[in-house]
Design a protein around this ligand. Structure first.
Ligand SMILES: N=c1c2ncn([C@@H]3O[C@H](COP(=O)(O)OP(=O)(O)OP(=O)(O)O)[C@@H](O)[C@H]3O)c2ncn1[C@@H]1O[C@H](COP(=O)(O)O)[C@@H](O)[C@H]1O
Length: 181
C-alpha cells in the first residue's frame, strides 16, 4: 500500500481514548471481510455499495433531526420559563429581557431560571447514539475504499494550524493534499 502519511521527525504519536476506540472499531470492521452473511458489517463491506452509502446519508439525517429535537426541548423550556416569570409578577417584556440576558428599556434583567426536562437529556443521548451510527457506517465506507485511520487522521491534521495539531500528529505528504478535487 502507498504510504501517503508521515509523522514529523522527533515527535511521538499521541495516545487518546477516542483514538483507541476508533482503532478497535476500524480493526473489527476490517476483520469482518473474512466473516459471513450473518455479519451486518460483512454485508455492508461486500454487498452493493449503495446499501452502506444510503446508511451514511440516512444516519447523517438522523443526527440532524436528533440535534433539532435537542433544540426543540431547549426552546420550549426557555419559553416556559419566560411565561412562568411573566405570570409570577413580571411582564413578558421583562422576562424576555432576562431570557436574552439584556437590560432593555430600563427593565431589570433578573436571572431566568430555566428547567430543562428529562426529555432534553434523553434527546442529547439520542444525538450521541445517532452520531455513533454515522461514524460506524462512515468507517465501513472508508474500509471499503482502503482509507485507513491514519490516512483519515492525516487528512484532518493537514487542515489544522501548527498550534492546533496534536504533537506527533500524522501528516499527508503534499502530493496527496486535496488530490482528486
Ligand atoms: N458499531 C457498530 C454499529 N453501529 C450501528 N450498527 C448497526 O447499524 C444498523 C443501524 O440500522 P438502523 O437504521 O436500523 O438503526 P437503529 O440504530 O436500529 O435505529 P435508528 O438509527 O434508525 O434510530 C443496526 O443494525 C446496528 O446494529 C452497528 N453494527 C456493528 N457495529 C460494530 O461492528 C462490530 C461487528 O458487527 P457485525 O456487523 O455484527 O459483524 C460490532 O461488534 C460493533 O462493534
Amino acid at each position: 500500500m502507498v504510504d501517503k502519511t508521515y509523522i514529523p521527525e522527533g515527535q511521538d504519536a499521541p495516545a487518546s481514548q477516542i483514538g483507541a476506540t476508533l482503532e478497535a472499531l476500524a480493526a473489527t470492521i476490517a476483520s469482518r471481510r473474512d466473516a459471513d452473511e450473518a455479519s451486518y458489517t460483512y454485508r455492508l463491506l461486500t454487498g452493493n455499495v449503495d446499501t452502506v452509502l444510503k446508511k451514511v446519508m440516512e444516519e447523517s439525517g438522523e443526527v440532524a433531526l436528533a440535534a433539532k429535537d435537542v433544540e426543540g426541548w431547549a426552546t420550549s423550556s426557555l419559553a416556559a420559563a419566560v411565561a412562568l416569570q411573566a405570570v409570577s409578577g413580571g411582564s413578558y417584556a421583562e422576562a424576555a429581557c432576562a431570557a436574552a440576558g439584556a437590560d432593555v428599556a430600563g427593565f431589570a434583567s433578573d436571572a431566568l431560571s430555566v428547567q430543562l426536562p428529562p426529555e432534553y437529556g434523553e434527546a442529547v443521548d439520542h444525538l450521541r447514539y445517532e452520531a455513533a451510527d454515522v461514524v460506524y457506517h462512515l468507517l465501513v465506507v472508508l474500509e471499503r475504499y482502503g482509507i485507513g485511520l491514519d490516512e483519515f487522521a492525516a487528512e484532518l491534521n493537514n487542515r489544522m494550524t501548527e498550534r492546533e495539531r496534536p504533537e506527533g500528529g500524522v501528516r499527508l505528504y503534499d502530493e496527496y493534499v486535496r488530490r482528486g478535487k
